[in-house]
Write a new protein. Structure first.
Ligand code: FAD
Ligand code: DLZ
Ligand code: SF4
Length: 516
């Protein structure tokens, strides 16, 4: 009796470039890996050209790396003839052609791809096995276990749980180091005029070949690229170099200038590790370990609050957002608490606006496929919320424009943290501000066409009237929120005339939004 030889096909997605995954511990001639450049992934939204190039370059480098370790691999390039441009069709074709008897994949991070692969597996006649991606510090459903019975999700509770569970910055009595969980009051300063942040660590990859292939295949993209000098890390070594650079030069200032913004300073002391992390070229564990090790080696150079602020982003916010995603999808993608319906202004795609804060944040997003957190939250996100933009449009923009945008971390930040479209699952109040916050945290207002001190009249800053109009329009939904109810006292203390002038000004700006 002849037994059929077992042959396994293992799918590696473009954001699963984790060379430390246990899959790669042993070489097995009966296992073949497959990676594919597919239009189902490039075209589900219009992406920044740097994002598509970055993913393909990182995927190709990873493919080379596992082949160098003698693993067998099939790599379908964008313009290969036998590429059906969908994960399912390509896998079915390969399974039939090469007579694979098993199909294996790692849990994808996106709900859409999860459903796609589950549907594929339900049709396959071969056996199937799903593996953990071995990247995150939490499982997909850990948040549900921590907050049972619809208990209010709180990032701070989750963060403390993570610190204790992983014994990160915890003393011998299981208490937080230096007696406090959070040192934010020492952080978040404006950049002084005299302070020039360090120039960012940039790479110089020649990826013009990939750019040409993308152009040839007619994929529509946004943004600009210098593909001969591609600045983002596209392999593990470059990712580790960026991590070392961050830890040595940026961490000592990270918390202090975390929320600072300035014209022509596009990354300040931010790590820009999000692309490397989200493609899994590096792990969150090695990022925090590296930062902590550096702190203990150089306590005179790195103050504790800088380190704690950074660790919170990685083991707190990043893992928390993933937990919220898996707890709340697919409904999350339909939430629109304020029932906002407006279109994004055209200038979100060009940066051609007279509002200096928005111009700077958008132009650098087009140029680098990157903006740092507070630009995403308090400039582009803040304006979109005040202007009543449909969260579907806001999601499309964020998902497309940023090199690090993958839905699990994009949508929870955009719909949740930034647009409050989830009605308060992620945040406890909408992140909105008038010009006074922007002027406090940046120097954008100094060179702006608009006057940050004025609510109405010529050159009044649009943020100011839109801010009050937002409160006025959503009183039914916000008045009982204890974190914002005092704003209604301020609003009501204004005279009827003042309030009606402000609303008139806001309405005028909304009607002429493309001219702002
Ligand atoms: P740093 O400031 O150096 O922070 C270090 C790391 O902490 C980041 O690389 C990231 O992995 C993690 N982190 C920090 N804040 C968050 C957060 N709120 N949620 C999850 N992780 C966090 N991040 C993405 O990775 N992809 C996205 O598509 C994305 N979209 C966003 C959309 C909006 C509207 C907002 C407000 C935030 C978004 N973020 C997103 C979170 C955050 O802005 C980015 O992670 C960060 O700007 C990436 O730059 P950095 O690596 O220099 O971060
Ligand atoms: C973002 C992206 C892009 C642009 N292209 C591909 C691709 O061609 N092939 C691929 O496997 N992955 C790509 N990705 C990343 C995927 O969108 C990501 O792996 C899924 O969304 C799962 O999270
Ligand atoms: Fe932005 Fe208003 Fe300041 Fe101009 S004045 S930079 S629009 S906040």
């Amino acid at each position: 009796m002849s037994t059929q030889k077992q042959k396994t096909l293992r799918l590696i997605l473009g954001d699963q470039l984790n060379i430390q995954h246990s899959w790669f511990n042993t070489v097995d001639d009966d296992v073949t890996y497959v990676m594919m450049e597919v239009k189902s992934e490039t075209d589900y939204v219009k992406h920044h050209i740097q994002k598509v190039i970055g993913f393909f370059a990182a995927m190709r480098n990873f493919a080379q790396e596992i082949q160098n370790k003698n693993h067998q691999l099939i790599y379908l390039k964008l313009n290969d003839e036998n590429n059906f441009h969908r994960f399912d069709e390509n896998c079915i074709e390969l399974i039939n052609k090469h007579k694979f008897t098993k199909f294996e994949y790692q849990e994808p991070d996106e709900y859409r791809v999860d459903i796609h692969l589950k549907t594929l597996c339900s049709k396959l006649k071969v056996s199937v096995k799903v593996f953990d991606s071995e990247h995150f510090l939490t499982s997909r459903h850990e948040l549900r276990e921590l907050f049972p019975n619809n208990k209010k999700l709180l990032m701070e509770t989750f963060y403390r749980y993570m610190r204790k569970k992983h014994q990160i910055l915890i003393d011998a009595d299981n208490k937080p180091l230096f007696g406090k969980w959070n040192f934010d009051q020492d952080n978040r300063k404006k950049l002084p005029k005299s302070h020039k942040p360090i120039s960012p660590c940039l790479f110089s990859n020649d990826l013009s070949q990939i750019e040409n292939e993308i152009i040839k295949s007619n994929i529509h993209t946004i943004g600009v690229v210098n593909s001969k000098n591609f600045i983002w890390p596209v392999n593990r070594l470059q990712s580790l170099t960026l991590l070392d650079f961050f830890v040595e030069h940026c961490l000592p200032f990270f918390g202090t200038f975390q929320d600072a913004m300035a014209p022509n300073e596009w990354s300040i002391y931010h790590s820009r590790l999000s692309f490397s992390l989200n493609t899994k070229l590096i792990t969150p564990r090695e990022v925090v370990e590296s930062a902590i090790e550096s702190y203990f080696k150089n306590p005179q150079k790195i103050e504790y609050h800088q380190l704690e602020g950074f660790v919170r982003q990685i083991i707190g916010w990043r893992e928390y957002m993933r937990g919220v995603y898996w707890l709340k999808m697919p409904e999350y993608a339909t939430l629109n608490f304020f029932e906002h319906k407006n279109d994004l202004p055209d200038w979100y795609w060009t940066g051609k606006t007279k509002m200096n804060c928005l111009k700077n944040s958008i132009v650098q997003s087009i140029e680098f496929a990157y903006a740092h957190h507070i630009q995403r939250l308090m400039i582009t996100g803040n304006f979109a919320l005040l202007a009543g933009i449909n969260p579907v449009k806001v999601d499309e923009w964020y998902l497309g424009i940023y090199i690090d945008a993958i839905e699990w971390v994009e949508i929870t930040n955009t719909r949740g943290m930034s647009q409050f479209a989830d009605g308060g699952i992620v945040g406890t109040k909408p992140y909105i501000s008038s010009a006074s916050y922007i002027n406090k945290m940046s120097s954008y207002c100094n060179d702006c066409h608009y006057d940050h001190t004025k609510k109405t009249g010529q050159k009044a800053c649009p943020f100011n009237s839109l801010y009050w109009k937002f409160y006025e329009s959503h009183e039914d939904k916000l008045y009982n929120n204890p974190r914002v109810s005092m704003m209604y006292n301020v609003w009501r203390k204004m005279s009827d005339d003042a309030r009606s002038e402000i609303i008139k000004q806001a309405d005028y700006y909304l009607e002429h939004i493309n001219d702002l």
